[in-house]
Design a protein. Sequence first.
Length: 500
Amino acid sequence: MGGDEQHIKRRTLVVTGAAAALTLGSVTFASAADGGTETRTIRGTLPTGSPDFVYVPVEVPSGVREIKVAYTYDRPTVPTGTAGNALDIGIFDERGTELGGEGFRGWSGGARSEFFIRADDATPGYLPGPVREGTWSIALGPYTVAPQGLSYELTITLTYGEPGDVVEPVYPPGRAKGRGRAWYRGDCHLHSWYSDGRRTPAEIGALARAAGLDFINTSEHNTHAAHAHWADVAGDDLLVMLGEEITTRNGHVVALGTDPGTFVDWRYRARDHRFGRFARRIRRAGGLVVPAHPHATCVGCNWKFGFGEADAVEVWNGPYTPDDEVALADWDSMLVASAREGRDWIPAMGNSDAHRDPDVVGSPQTVVLADDLTREAIQEGIRAGRSYIAESKNVSLAFTASDAKGQHAGVGGRLAADADTPVTVRLEVSGAPRCTARFVTDQGVLFTSAPLPVTGSGVVEWRTTPAYAAYVRAELRHETAAGPLPGALAAFTNPIFLGR
């Protein structure tokens, strides 16, 4: 059947405990013969100040084999410094749009202009499965709206007929071969074509192996649809953990290593007081809560939920930039407060956030001391802070603190020495030519080494006491041009705490 335009007249503003949502009038279809199609075209305009989500209900009759949605929207010229139009899209099935409910069927954000769902297949980012009778909801996300407003057009096509066979998902295993207790390298923030990346899982797997990685974590924006597409990438030499990057309007958080098929909702802001609920959802599914790029300057990227629920924080994201320098300083301030108040501290991570060429998978990477190459062991090492962050597989560190009694502690540990006990801090480095080592404490940078030789290997030692330094962490910095700023990071460690 040909296209048919419907003008939406009814608009209802609903608040469901999450961000306010606007629900438009329903789009209806009449049943068609087997193999036939029906199309509806809908147009509308969203003003500035629109709610975060706008739902378009679609009444799906029985006998539908496939639903397909295409959309366009205008991009008017705006003054420099003014946000233009950006409209995200996704869909919920007849089970509804309730926050944290079961109705989610896919999200592509602004990465695609169309998608389809049927029992045996779906567009990347969407979940295949039956197209059942009932009210489905297309979810529009006006990410930014120009002063002129955002005019959009939706085209919805239903194809009728017998559904295909539902494909049972196959997930990657929760362990790889491993080397027993050892240092394992990983990148836990990656995007494939199942969200806004441009690489396939197979391409990412090849790049991860070339980068010397032992483990990765999938983290598509606001969808778990990729989970069933990584089994062939995993192997004895590469552990593939599953997760999601929960991309809210007030910051992003990586769910690291959740159970296969876990979906975590993102439709809330900090003011809605809902993040704790979904942080618990991540942990119940066996995952870690890791705020991502907390000081990034992109729209909606700056982290506003606080760190009370964080298991770790992504301090270094992709190529080292001033945003990362701010995140590192902020994290160090949190360490200072933890040391002085005697409370738990939050370990740091580094990930590539790679999307497409020329983004480098494994730069940076988190190097974790774990009992084995399993999901649980890697997570335990990250949670304990037994890790350091390196710009590539070329950089290796060994960082310890010891006293004259033979006590010693490694990264993430505590050397239980009396306040005035002399302590030797030792950093062994390879793969960092001409880099400078700095030892950072709760009192600031207290030691800076001479540049390492061009071989990139060397040993740096420093002596202190627990009374002088409550913790020590190491940084490797590249050479920098003349000026007050330090060079970009080559690597840094989580701290060793000193004292009882």
